[in-house]
Design a protein around this ligand. Structure first.
Ligand SMILES: Nc1ncnc2c1ncn2[C@@H]1O[C@H](COP(=O)(O)OP(=O)(O)OP(=O)(O)O)[C@@H](O)[C@H]1O
Ligand SMILES: [Mg+2]
Length: 211
């Protein structure tokens, strides 16, 4: 069983968008996938409920309270767990998930406010014993990028200096807004319009697939 935690203390960074997409991708590959919703807003639970009739359905698991019990409640047959963390949670609030995760994905948007908030979050993450010992990988995802803007370029330059790799650059696109609202993901489609956006995810999926 592989567990991916999608986390950032910054609100609206793209945690739910990324967590739901990673869950959809795993389920479409045929893996029994659980999506733990650690956020009381329950956005990813609603997404999973909208997807319930699909063959690539994902099991929604409530995780906003009693995280240990939520972890224990996962069916033994689960092959992939994706955890969607809430805004405001620092590493010390993510204890159970950091204990069990194989990788942490941290979305960052191209703005000074987002970058500053993320530095603060990453500093708390860096103090976690599993991160310090190199047992838990951390990858950054530059999200809602507009590659033609100075802000996006400056963000990528800055992220390149941080101690964690940038494992994907996702463009700003209404496709995410629309599809997540429908319980869907980019990976559910094969049209030419989504192919470029799917390609944005390839390095992240490859990074997560590493042993
Ligand atoms: N790459 C993207 N392109 C366009 N819109 C995006 C993208 N990623 C996320 N969004 C939009 O930005 C908003 C915030 O995204 P999301 O809900 O995934 O963030 P979050 O980190 O889970 O927020 P919260 O902290 O409230 O849980 C949503 O409206 C979402 O549709
Ligand atoms: Mg969210």
């Amino acid at each position: 069983m592989k567990t991916v935690l999608v986390a950032s203390s910054k609100g609206g960074a793209g945690k739910t968008t990324i967590a739901t997409h990673l869950a959809a991708h795993a389920a479409l590959e045929g893996r029994r996938t659980a999506l733990v919703d650690a956020d009381p807003q329950q956005s990813s639970t609603r997404w999973a409920e909208r997807r319930a009739a699909l063959e690539s359905a994902v099991l929604p698991v409530p995780g906003a309270r009693r995280a240990k019990a939520a972890w224990k409640s996962l069916p033994e047959t689960t092959q992939r767990v994706v955890v969607d963390a809430p805004a405001g949670a620092m590493a010390e609030d993510l204890g159970v998930w950091l204990e069990h995760a194989d990788a942490v994905v941290v979305p960052v948007q191209p703005s000074a406010l987002d970058l500053d908030a993320t530095v603060h979050f990453l500093n708390t993450l860096a103090q976690h014993p599993r991160v310090r010992r190199g047992e838990l990988r951390v990858g950054l995802v530059a999200n809602r990028m507009k590659p033609w803007t100075n802000a996006s370029q400056a963000t990528l330059d800055l992220l390149g200096q941080w101690p964690y790799p940038v494992v994907a650059t996702l463009r700003d696109s209404q496709a995410y807004v629309l599809l997540v609202g429908l319980g869907r993901s980019l990976f559910d489609y094969r049209s030419a319009q989504v192919r470029d956006h799917q390609a944005d995810w390839a390095p992240l999926l490859k990074w997560l697939g590493r042993p």
